[in-house]
Every structure is written in C-alpha cells, then in structure tokens.
Design a protein around this ligand. Structure first.
Ligand code: UDP
Length: 310
C-alpha cells in the first residue's frame, strides 16, 4: 500500500515509517522538521520504497495514497508551549488538509490524537466514552483543544463523506529518538540520573502517568491502519501500568545506579493529576497488548542516549 505519514521524522512517526517500509509498504513521510529530525530517518534514506517530503502539513497535499496517518504535531508540553500557534494550525488546518487528501483518494485516515483530550481527568482510568476535563484557556489548551478539534473534524468527515477513519488516543510513550531537550519526563530523568544531576520532580510527584514503549505503540498504530473493525472507532493506545512520577524517578535512579538526589520543582499549571488508559477496546478490536516492561524500555533509552551523545 501507499501510505502517507505526516510527522514521519518525529519520535513516533519515524518508528512507524520504518515498520511500514519493513513490511513492504511504500511510505511517504511528510515533515517540516519543526520538532522532527532527519537523523531519525537515517535507516530509511535511499530506500526504494521510502520518500521524504520536506513540507508543512498545513499546506495542501497532492499525492496518491491508500492510507493517511496524521501524526504531525509538536507533542511535548515544552514544544507546544514554544510553538503554540503552529500546534493549533497543524491540528486544525493540517488535519483538514490531511482529511481532504484522504477524501480525494478514498483512503483510510488515521488521526494520532492524545490522552490530553481527557485534560485533567475526573474519571480514572480513562475510557474512550469519557469527554474529558479540559481548561480551554490554560497553557496546555493549544494542544488539548486543537486535538479535540481534530477529532471533531475527523468525525465530521466520517459522517459527511463516509470516510474510513480511525482515531487513536495515544498516552505517554517513550523510547529511542526522544530528544534530549524534549522536556518530557523520561528523557529528563534519564539524562539527569546518568549525569548525576538532581532529578527534577515537578510538584510533590504524586501525579501519575502510564508509560508505553514506542515499539508497542507502533504495533498498535499498524494494526489500527489495517484492521477493518477499527474503522469509525476511537481507541486508546498506551500502557495501563500506572505509577507516580516520584516512583518513576526512583525506578530510573535504581536502573541507572545513580546517586542523584530528587529536587522538587513547581508543578506546571494544569498538569493532569492522574492518567491511565482503559485498554479494553484496543485489546478487543486490535487484539493488541503492550508487551515491553518499563525497565526493559528504559534500558533501551539509556543505551540510545549513550550511543547518541548529541
Ligand atoms: N515532569 C517532572 N519532571 C520533569 C518533566 C516532567 O516531574 O523534568 C512531570 C510533569 O509535571 C508531568 C509528568 O512528569 O506530571 C509527565 O510529564 P511529560 O511532560 O513527560 O508529559 P505529559 O504527560 O505531562 O504530557
């Protein structure tokens, strides 16, 4: 199949491109490199079934495709704080352009949405039927609300045009190719622990997250692209092993044999207190299950940072 991956030079996008090429698909990767990195595509450069297109997803796209996987968007709180307008544009106008491309081609459309649509959830674990608790004027709104808009537009194209759509709500994911300056908790803690610097826990560290290793996530995305029963569905993807951020700090410290102290810093505004996906839909529809343990995944990230010092 011919598959367009927007945001294909990013952390998750590049793993997805590799996986799809390996399986024999023809992959077009569109990225403006605002947070993506061409080094993420090193293994694919020159491959006959891979093409990189340097472009912004907010511009009209004209390609022949069977599937569109729309992943383009800054995704770390530090990035979407720095690129707030760009984030809103790619999730609104960019989603429109990607949907239009899918509609013109009669292609299946997959939206990479996010657990952030649940905001600071009042229900836990979060099931797909929960409508969320989002502050529309807070510092995370540029991401949360524009992803909610992207979901609304995707659902509208399904209703209006009968487009085959799948919405995936992706929970915290980690793995090789997260950037050092990404600002997210896993790279921060690992780099701090390995350097013997204080591990910066925001707030009192009682807020929770559930971390999914990137290979597991990409397997879920791949299944969602090709499973007919996923069409028209909204599906959470992530790992349901919930832990506090303080516990994560301790596990990283233990794994790296670090003597770093824990340094408490102010909690960013609107930082969700609890996050854990309900995964029944993913298990049933995609026959999918996260498999990689936190320790195994973290070890791979530690190795990757060692091998990629800049
Ligand atoms: N966090 C932290 N220290 C850091 C970076 C993040 O304690 O150096 C916390 C952050 O406040 C949040 C959690 O870790 O509660 C996950 O943050 P991240 O930015 O990775 O992702 P989020 O789930 O908030 O989008």
């Amino acid at each position: 199949m011919r598959i367009l991956v927007t945001g294909g030079a990013g952390f998750i996008g590049s793993h997805l491109c590799e996986r799809l090429v390996e399986e024999g698909h023809e992959v077009m990767c569109l990225d403006n490199l605002c947070t993506g990195d061409p080094r993420n595509l090193e293994t694919l450069q020159g491959h006959p079934r891979f093409r990189f297109i340097l472009a912004d997803a907010v511009s009209p796209i004209n390609l022949t495709v069977d599937r569109v996987a729309h992943l383009a968007s800054p995704a770390s709180p530090v990035d979407y704080g720095r690129l707030s307008v760009e984030t809103m544009m790619v999730n609104s106008l960019g989603t429109y352009q990607a949907l239009e491309l899918a509609r013109k081609n009669g292609a299946r459309f997959l939206l990479a949405s996010t657990s952030e649509v649940y905001g600071d959830p009042l229900e836990t674990p979060q099931g797909e039927e929960y409508h969320g608790n989002v502050n529309p004027v807070g510092p995370r709104a540029c991401y949360d609300e524009s992803k909610r808009f992207a979901e609304a537009m995707t659902s509208t194209y399904r209703r209006l045009y009968g487009l085959e759509t799948v919405i995936l709500r992706i929970f915290n994911t980690f793995g090789p190719r997260m950037r050092r300056e990404d600002g997210r908790v896993v790279p921060n803690f690992i780099l701090q622990a390995v350097a013997g610097e204080p591990i910066t826990v925001y707030g009192d560290g009682t807020q929770t997250r559930s971390f999914c290793y990137v290979d597991d996530l990409v397997e879920g995305i791949r299944r969602a692209l090709f499973t007919d029963a996923a069409v028209g569905e909204v599906i959470n993807l992530g790992n349901d092993g919930e832990m506090t951020i303080l516990e994560l700090a301790e596990r990283v410290r233990h794994l790296t044999g670090s003597a770093s102290e824990i340094s408490f810093r102010p909690l960013p505004e609107d930082d969700p207190q609890r996050r854990r996906p309900r995964l029944e839909k993913a298990r049933e529809i995609l026959s999918w299950e996260p498999r990689v343990s936190l320790e195994e995944g973290l070890s791979k990230v530690v190795e990757w940072f060692k091998e990629h010092p800049v």
